[in-house]
Design a protein around this ligand. Structure first.
Ligand SMILES: [Fe+2]
Length: 381
């Protein structure tokens, strides 16, 4: 383990068994040869039954409306992408159904099309472009995208100078962040539960060229969660763009949107509370990725995260392995809400039985997963 994580401890990390510590990293992920290396995350796709209500939430969350039709809502940020959040009108369904990633050239799009035997088609929505539509092992859409027209970035407020014990650079002036939506700049990452971790991580490495930055392992050393970044060579990439985590059933966990700084995270929290939206978790700082975070629930209960000040790594940085638990999610800040703590539910039980019966997961793996999640996330729980 490098110096970066020589301090990878937090209240409760001492509860890991010696065996779990020793085994983490003994089974490393085998690397799949990528068809292409995705250059950026392009968009995330949701179904929503009530677009008007969704728009009200997203605007208060800090998105800008890029385009609105009776059937779809395209939202952008202050960055250069024409949009990165799409809500499609659906009479019955709410929830995530896919994401898109940019590739570096038209030739790469053709390469994906040929190798995966999927057609190239035009993209609806502002900025146009073309895509090849794939489906991951759990059936979620993964579009490879090329040729979208970028837009002008929107102006941002000046970052305040920071006073430290040894240096006072902000003199005769204060920090007065106004109560307003956090200025969402871009889509940073999203997190998916997957029904077969090994199959999914191999699929994403093969089709997007992702690099696992940090991997968390079960007690016997089996990798079960990976924070994955894009391979941009020498250009630093976010610590994670897509996170895959083994669970009994596949599903969306959250998506995260980068804002300017810590004050913008706090400012957004005040504004969303003022407008009566449902707070979920935060403010705190993550350990793996280091982001200052704040989680909210949209009107249909999907989690969205504001974050600032995340880590970036170039392609050379090697994969790290750690034991899996919930306590490693945050360095400081509010305790995880009760909804994130392990609890029995009939729905989960049925999902677990089905996953074992269909061969998506072994009973032993599910048992170790349950054990890891049941470690108290903090000693005071
Ligand atoms: Fe996140």
């Amino acid at each position: 383990m490098s110096d970066l994580y020589s301090d990878f401890n937090y209240p409760g990390s001492e509860l890991h068994s010696q065996r779990a510590r020793e085994k983490a990293g003994r089974t490393s992920l085998s690397k799949a040869e990528p068809i292409v290396k995705a250059s950026d995350i392009a968009y995330i796709l949701f179904n929503k039954t009530d677009l008007r209500l969704q728009k009200a939430f997203l605007v208060d969350f800090g998105f800008q409306i890029a385009q609105e039709t009776p059937d779809a809502l395209y939202m952008r940020g202050t960055g250069a992408l024409p949009y990165f959040y799409v809500a499609h009108k659906n009479a019955k369904l709410n929830g995530f159904f896919g994401a898109g990633y940019s590739v570096n050239s038209e030739a790469e799009l053709h390469r994906v099309s040929e190798i995966c035997a999927q057609p190239i088609s035009a993209i609806d929505g502002p900025g146009g472009g073309q895509r090849v539509r794939l489906h991951d092992p759990d059936g979620f859409i993964v579009d490879l995208v090329w040729g979208r027209e970028l837009v002008d970035e929107l102006p941002q407020r000046q970052l305040p100078a920071v006073n430290t014990p040894s240096e006072k650079v902000r003199v005769n002036t204060g920090i007065r962040t106004k109560t307003a939506p956090s200025p969402v700049h871009r889509l940073g990452h999203y997190v998916l539960s997957v029904s077969n971790f090994e199959e999914s991580i191999q699929w994403y490495m093969r089709h997007l060229g992702i690099i696992p930055t940090d991997v968390q392992c079960l007690e016997d050393g089996t990798p079960a969660l990976a924070f994955n970044r894009l391979d941009k060579g020498a250009t630093p990439a976010d610590h994670h763009t897509v996170v895959l985590v083994q669970n009994a059933a596949a599903g969306y966990m959250h998506s995260a949107y980068e804002t300017l700084d810590i004050d913008s995270v706090g400012q957004g929290q005040q504004y969303l509370k003022l407008n009566g939206w449902n707070h979920f978790w935060g403010i705190g700082r993550h350990i793996l990725g280091s982001q200052v975070f704040d989680y909210w629930l949209d009107p249909s209960g999907d989690e969205l995260e504001h974050y600032a000040d995340g880590d970036v790594f170039d392609a050379e940085f090697e994969t790290r392995y750690h034991p899996l638990d919930m306590g490693s999610l945050w360095a400081w800040g509010d305790d995880v809400p009760p909804a994130m703590r392990p609890r029995f539910s009939l729905k989960r039980m049925i999902a677990a039985v089905r996953a074992i019966k269909t061969g998506r997961i072994e009973r032993k793996t599910l048992g170790m997963l349950k054990k890891a999640m049941e470690l108290p996330a903090r000693p005071w729980f």
